[in-house]
Design a binder for this molecule. Structure first.
Ligand code: FES
Ligand SMILES: [Fe+2]
Length: 420
């Protein structure tokens, strides 16, 4: 982040603290329909479009560190195997033999010179090419070239491995847009995978994620944990293209460190700038990534559907090199035994809210200006699904216009006028 961007953010923080109403020109947000959390039609549309067309964090290079290493990944509901090829490329394939669909790997991870299907022995190389079959004399003109493993778009951001099931999707860098530049200072190509765990929750995946997409809840459910270290009235929300968002809120000056959040004792990434050192900042990457970023750790939370009223929360800790001793883990206790205090607070109401949204009494969700990142996410979700594909009663109106999408921001002028 350059000095102009930092100065603008500081002005916006003071503007947010001083305003007595939502910013002039910011739209009123219509209620989110309750059916977006409960209606099977909407769930099916999410499967067909959101999960199929978005870039999804699937792995880390530390999980497939050498040529021949592979890892099974099924969290997105598709059978995927991620393979480190001899060329150094990281490939992703459907774990589906081109003969009769048996898996080419059945272990969670391992290392192999070739991927050999255990049903009838068809063999593939690390680039998915079919290189051998048993009893070839029993086929006439079997075209090996057209019987490769079906590949899946797979791109890296530093050491992170993302996949996309849509051959037509933009590149990962296009998908991230300006965020890719903003993240340069965190050196994703150096981050190590320190911890990765998964927890089952009894609510729709968006209910769980939305608890991490606004700071309106902080003074209530995090009164003793997050609230003392986060100046929520100075929080600045930014809306990016493709449904992404960011919050930046200063850490009050009288607070030393972030010990309450279990900030690990890792080395610092020296290139990390002033905002990440003096503020809590968190990015939401569409569809399911929420992560604070700091000089000591990048700990993404990922939210995955597991049926319409169940989800899985995946907790990651990425960190630069750490000294000997336990691996840093920002989110769990005893290496994944349970969520930490902050996440227990964030997930406390999930099952209750799910019961509420399924009840006869629940109609919709009136979001405040503070919660507008949730609305922005939903607007983009509808565009990705295709608005015409969504039953009218389940749509959200497209009320947040382009003028609010970064780098556009009418609040910058309002903030300067307020300071003048
Ligand atoms: S299904 Fe794989 S070799 Fe037959
Ligand atoms: Fe929270």
């Amino acid at each position: 982040m350059n000095s102009d961007q930092i100065a603008t953010l500081r002005q916006l923080m003071e503007y947010e603290a001083g305003r007595t109403a939502p910013p002039e020109g910011f739209p009123d947000l219509p209620d989110l329909p309750a059916g977006r959390y409960t209606d099977q039609r909407f769930y099916d549309l999410e499967q067909l479009h959101i999960w199929r067309k978005s870039w999804l964090l699937a792995g880390h290079i530390d999980e497939v560190p050498e040529p021949g290493c592979f890892r099974l990944w099924e969290t997105a509901g598709q059978p995927v195997v991620i393979v480190h090829a001899d060329s150094g490329a990281i490939n992703a394939f459907y774990n589906t033999c081109s003969h009769r669909g048996a898996p080419v790997v059945t272990e969670q991870s391992g290392k192999r010179a070739r991927l050999t299907c255990r049903y009838h022995g068809w063999t593939y190389n690390h680039d998915g090419g079919l290189v051998g079959i048993r009893d070839p004399e029993d086929y006439r003109n079997l075209d090996f070239a057209s019987r490769s493993l079906r590949d899946i778009r797979c791109e890296r951001f530093g050491n992170l491995i993302f996949v996309n099931f849509d051959d037509q999707a933009p590149t990962l860098l296009e998908w991230l847009g300006p965020i890719a530049d903003e993240w340069q200072e965190f050196q994703f190509d150096k981050c190590r995978l320190a911890a990765r765990h998964i927890f089952d929750l009894d609510c729709n995946w968006k209910i769980a994620m939305e608890a991490n997409t606004e700071v309106y809840h902080v003074r209530s459910i995090h009164a003793k944990t997050v609230s003392p270290i986060l100046d929520d009235r100075r929080n600045v929300n930014t809306f990016y293209l493709n449904g992404h968002g960011r919050m930046v809120a200063p850490i009050p000056e009288n607070v030393k460190g972030l010990g309450v959040l279990g900030m690990p004792n890792t080395n610092e990434v020296e290139t990390v700038g002033e905002i990440a050192r003096t503020c809590t900042q968190s990015y939401g990457i569409f569809p399911n990534w929420v992560s604070p970023l700091s000089a000591r750790a990048i700990p993404p939370l990922l939210f995955w559907p597991n049926g319409i009223n169940k989800c899985r929360l995946e907790t990651w800790t990425l960190a630069p090199a750490w000294d000997n001793g336990p691996k840093p883990d920002m989110w769990t206790v005893n290496d994944g035994e349970s969520l930490n205090e902050v996440l227990l607070e964030d997930t406390e109401f999930g099952a209750w809210i799910q019961k509420s949204v399924e009840s006869y009494g629940f109609r919709g969700v009136p979001l405040s200006y503070q919660e507008a990142r949730i609305y922005h996410w939903n607007q983009f979700a509808d565009r990705l699904i295709g608005i015409e594909n969504i039953p009218p009663e389940l749509r959200v109106a497209q009320v947040i216009g382009e003028e609010w999408i970064y780098p556009n921001d009418p609040r910058v002028e309002l903030a300067r006028a307020a300071l003048a």
